[in-house]
Design a protein around this ligand. Structure first.
Ligand code: ATP
Ligand code: MG
Length: 464
């Protein structure tokens, strides 16, 4: 993309309404525009990051064997009456009446709708195990929408639902989700710690929340600092292997890590003092196993091997896709702007032309642009007739991890400059070497292109 033809409305001044850095930077970098309290338009740069996160979510869900679909945002009140949640949900639910006076609602979540679908089509245990998910806009009329996309009223969520014959199978689905979430967040450049949480109105005994540590987080958390040494890395997981998933879950949940709802001071105090941490965190996901309650209420029953009809064991599993953008920025920025992790950056590399209009500099930039594009990378070329300082400030603000700077002086010596946004370090390289280096850096972030793992018959092309 050439910046002169893009739509990137950056702001010079700090917007007064933004209280936290991620909100401020998203507004300044021209990523979002508030339409109403807690409701945002996603401007091109913000939309690009949102799509990147969504892609990672899809790839990791499909890798775990979960099946993408799409349910509507508007749901019928009657469906929610069957589960008893239409009245229980309270003022957070946006209720709407259509021209025929039919009561509807803008879905805050989809347990009822998915269970109704499964109840209508799945009749035999042979169709199990089954996990269906979608990435869809939700609406919750939050009392205090704030912090930009972090606590919106309309927000994008991945929500998935597992249907299993037995509790044991459903707990495998729970473990599998935990493992796939660890991998998902790591690909986004985040450390999200699974913490024992309170199951709240949805009920059930098993639930973990995933929290990104940040001073601006809304949750108070308590943990053993040893947990922050763990990383998922590039381990290969067979998601159908119960024991393997269980082992990963145990590894990542054996240390003390809890939200304030489940915090137990006595147990916490058994951790050596130097490892005890009280901090704040941003909830970026949550997984639940809740048994057969919804299946019973909505009639999701199957015939088991013995011919008996039994209700399905269910769980639901959410990732806050739009909130994640705020969480990533909270975790990765400096005083000049955003620093995107390579896995989620809206463009892979910036190209800054120091002397727009200079034949040689223009030609070198065009060539770099073409070479990067040919490799499947997306450069953002600042081809405006602006001062170098202004171009650098924009690149720093929008946070692309790598920048190639091209100027007549370097070109005389056959070099351009490759600069890391994170460290600020620059190296002089020939244009060809700079392209090769950038391609090398991004290779691990395109696993669907490299396709290094057998997918057990599962194709990313279902989404991509
Ligand atoms: P919270 O406690 O923050 O209100 P929740 O526990 O009600 O969230 P879930 O029902 O678990 O949310 O939804 C799954 C995920 O959706 C959450 O982990 C969070 O990342 C995201 N999410 C929930 N509410 C919002 C919101 N108002 N704005 C943006 N993201 C949200
Ligand atoms: Mg939650």
């Amino acid at each position: 993309m050439r910046l002169s033809r893009y739509f990137l409305p950056v702001l010079k001044e700090n917007p007064a309404e933004a209280q936290i850095v991620s909100h401020r930077l998203m507004l300044r970098a021209g990523m979002i525009r508030q339409a109403q309290a807690g409701i945002y338009s996603w401007l091109p740069l913000g939309f690009k990051v949102l799509r990147k996160l969504e892609n990672i979510v899809h790839e990791e869900q499909i890798r775990a064997g979960h099946i993408p679909m799409l349910m509507p945002t508007l749901q019928s009140a009657d469906l929610w009456r069957k589960s008893g949640r239409y009245d229980a949900y309270g003022p957070e639910m946006l209720r709407i009446t259509d021209r025929h006076d039919r009561e509807m609602l803008f879905g805050p979540t989809n347990e009822e709708m998915i269970t109704d679908i499964v109840a209508n089509y799945v009749t035999s245990y042979k169709a199990l195990p089954l996990t269906l998910y979608h990435v869809q806009w939700k609406f919750r009329d939050e009392v205090r929408p704030r912090f930009g996309v972090m606590r919106g009223r309309e927000f994008l969520m991945k929500d998935g639902y597992n249907f299993d014959l037995t509790k044991e199978d459903a707990l495998h689905a729970y473990n599998r989700h935990l493992v796939s979430y660890l991998r998902t967040y790591e690909r986004m450049g985040l450390q999200a710690i699974p913490m024992r949480a309170d199951s709240g109105p949805i009920g059930g005994d098993y639930t973990h929340e995933f929290l990104v540590l940040a001073d601006t987080g809304e949750s108070e958390v308590f943990y053993d600092s040893a947990i922050t040494d763990l990383s998922f890395g590039d381990r290969k997981i067979d998601y159908d292997d119960h024991a393997q998933c269980q082992a990963v879950l145990e590894e990542f949940t054996s240390r003390y890590a809890r939200t304030d709802e489940t915090h137990d001071e006595a147990v916490f105090n058994e951790i050596p003092e130097e490892r005890r941490r009280v901090a704040r965190g941003i909830e970026v996901g949550q997984i639940f196993y809740f048994g057969t309650e919804y299946s019973e209420k909505l009639g999701a029953m199957v015939q088991g091997e013995d011919g008996q009809r039994v209700p399905l064991h269910m769980g639901s599993h959410g990732i806050g896709v739009s909130r994640l953008i705020g969480a990533i920025i909270e975790a990765s920025h400096d005083d000049k702007g955003i620093i995107w992790p390579e896995g989620v950056t809206p463009f892979h590399c910036g190209i800054v032309n120091l002397k727009q209009g200079d034949d040689e500099a223009d030609a070198a930039c065009d060539k770099l642009y073409a070479a990067l594009t040919a490799l499947g990378l997306e450069p953002l070329y600042d081809d405006r007739s602006e001062r170098a300082g202004g171009k650098f400030a924009t690149m720093d603000l929008i946070g692309l991890p790598w920048r190639i700077t091209v100027g007549p002086r370097g070109l005389k010596n056959g070099v351009v400059e490759l600069t890391s946004r994170k460290t600020g370090e620059s190296v002089e390289l020939s244009p060809e070497e700079a392209v090769r280096k950038v391609a090398e850096i991004y290779a691990p972030h395109h696993p669907h292109l490299a396709r290094e793992e057998p997918m057990a018959g599962r194709s990313f092309h279902t989404w991509l």
